[in-house]
Design a binder for this molecule. Structure first.
Ligand code: TNX
Length: 511
């Protein structure tokens, strides 16, 4: 029984339950769709489809049941799983809890159950257990970066599949950056017409790409499909649209939102990539442009949180621009830093008035924020601490422990990475609640997220190699009780867990 992430409590009992072609899955109401998913996910490896029924029977039956009385103790994502020799009982207050209970059930089966091909001659047994489980944190995230290297839809689907097995519930997608704009916006077709076509990363630094071309984008239909696909796995996709910096691809496509439209418009597209200054000119027209983009983004993504980036703005470019200096005076602001926070607040007010919550990297803290904004702390813990003390919700994502684009072993033995060193053990040791926070402030820590920035990652194989097994460690950091965290027992469980990843055809980094 090598469960990852480890459950809150698990008692092993005598005996086994065996799943055979005659086992039925019983569910009613809100449990029905989760029962169907269970049947679906077991079918490829087992080679048979379990029958779905309404009423449970007292033998050879897996019952999934919504029980709202569990909410007080377990929340919507928690569950109780009891396996006896005759029946399996899975109960949760919500469908999310049933889904996570099913993931645990999959892990209780032989590793072969995770595979996509039929396996013969195997007994599909589940050890008898009593498990009570619920997550420590509400935000259990990973980030992928199709802006730097485009990620085909089917690869995003596989990424979501494996996330689900680890009980992650947020996937942030970094759709836009200097190197590419990857999301169709109907009002501004050149964003993808031009901004998605260039293999800018190859232009910029040849050694950053070693695979297929970086170009490509998601149509709105593909986005809707991915949102639905993720939701079926109880994962919310958090879209990230970068501003006011990391916006090169947008500026090349629409020079009028940048600092020097006259200069850029005079150049052919290919030449613009090197001539633009990569930061927006936050004139009223530009604010409107980005708000129009966000309107379409909100239509596509039903989740509360919309990420607007906000990091690494080189405001020196504003200092040197006569137009931006005039804008600062016109808006009665003090300097470039105030212009940055003024711009973020425009977006904040816009999203808030439409019932959404802005999320941004910790640079958005400078200059004050609306109460609803969520801060993602990446330059260490400081941003998270300041934000939580000021009453903002925070997601911890520090470069020290959660940057999965960093090396995970000695550089000479690893594929080329951006730098750094974050081995498995370091990820496992991460504590998302900064010790500087008191209990009240700590409640603002929604959870944590690991970042797989894509500058150096061009293929799905490499993506999986960088993600696993570190994401298995991160999953446990974010789900399991702090008190049960212990590295050596985790490593033992991980050895078994890697068999599951192997049958799932995940190209994880060997221990
Ligand atoms: C910093 S983290 C960035 C990304 C890069 C990453 C590389 C953050 C908010 N900005 O744009 O891809 O470092 O590690």
């Amino acid at each position: 029984m090598s469960l990852i992430p480890a459950p809150v409590s698990c008692e092993r009992q005598e005996g086994f339950f065996a799943i055979t072609a005659s086992t039925c899955v019983a569910a009613q109401g809100g449990a029905i769709s989760e029962a169907s998913k269970l049947i679906e996910v077991l079918e490829p490896a087992m080679g048979f489809r379990l029958g779905q029924v309404e009423r449970p029977v007292d033998t050879d039956c897996i019952e999934l049941k919504i029980d709202s009385s569990l909410r007080a103790g377990l929340g919507g994502e928690g569950y109780e799983l009891t396996v006896s020799g005759r029946v399996v009982n899975l109960r949760a207050a919500d469908s999310a809890g049933l889904f996570y209970g099913v993931q645990t059930l999959r892990q209780l089966l032989p590793a072969a159950a995770c595979g996509k091909k039929k396996v013969e001659g195997i007994q599909w047994t589940v050890p008898c257990v009593r498990i009570t489980d619920h997550p420590r944190f509400a935000w259990r995230g990973l980030l992928i970066d199709p802006a730097r290297h485009f990620i085909p839809v089917s690869d995003v689907e596989r990424y979501l599949d494996v996330m689900a097995l680890h009980k992650f519930n947020r996937l942030q997608i970094h759709f836009t950056d200097d190197q590419g704009w990857r999301i169709e916006i109907k009002k501004y077709p050149r964003l993808t017409g031009i901004g998605a076509g260039m293999d800018f990363s190859a232009l910029q630094a040849k050694d950053q790409t070693n695979g297929p071309k970086a170009g490509g984008f998601y149509t709105q239909d593909q986005i809707r499909h991915l949102v639905r696909y993720a939701a079926e796995r109880h994962i919310t996709i958090v879209p990230e649209i970068e501003m006011p910096a990391h916006t090169g691809a947008a500026i090349v496509s629409y020079p009028e939102i940048g600092l020097y439209p006259e200069k850029l418009n005079a150049l052919p597209v290919e030449k613009r990539w090197r001539a633009h200054e990569g930061v927006l000119a936050p004139r009223p027209e530009t604010v409107l442009f980005m708000q129009n983009v966000l309107t379409e983004v909100m239509d596509l993504f039903p989740g509360t949180h919309i990420h607007i980036g906000g990091d690494e703005a080189n405001i020196d470019h504003w200092r040197k621009s006569a137009g931006m200096q005039a804008l600062i005076r016109e808006l009665k602001l003090k300097d470039e830093a105030e212009l940055h926070s003024w711009f973020i607040r425009q977006m904040d007010a816009f999203l808030t008035s439409r019932g959404r919550q802005l999320v941004g990297w910790d640079e958005i803290l400078q200059g004050g924020l609306a109460a609803g904004a969520v801060v993602m702390s990446w330059r260490g813990e400081e941003g998270g601490i300041t934000a939580a003390r000021a009453g903002h919700d925070v997601v911890m994502a520090p470069t020290s422990h959660t940057y999965f684009d960093y090396y995970q072993g000695p550089a000479e033995k690893e594929p080329k990475a951006i730098g750094g060193l974050i081995p498995l053990e370091k990820v496992y040791a991460y504590e998302p609640i900064p010790s500087a926070l008191n209990a009240d402030q700590a409640r603002h820590v929604l959870g944590g997220q690991a970042q797989l920035w894509g500058e150096f990652i061009a293929t799905q194989e490499h993506r999986m190699y960088m993600t696993y097994p570190r994401a298995a460690a991160m999953a446990e950091v974010l789900w399991s009780p702090k008190t049960s965290r212990s590295y050596d027992p985790f490593l033992k469980r991980l050895t078994d867990h890697l068999l599951r990843l192997k049958t799932t055809e995940v190209n994880y980094r060997p221990l």
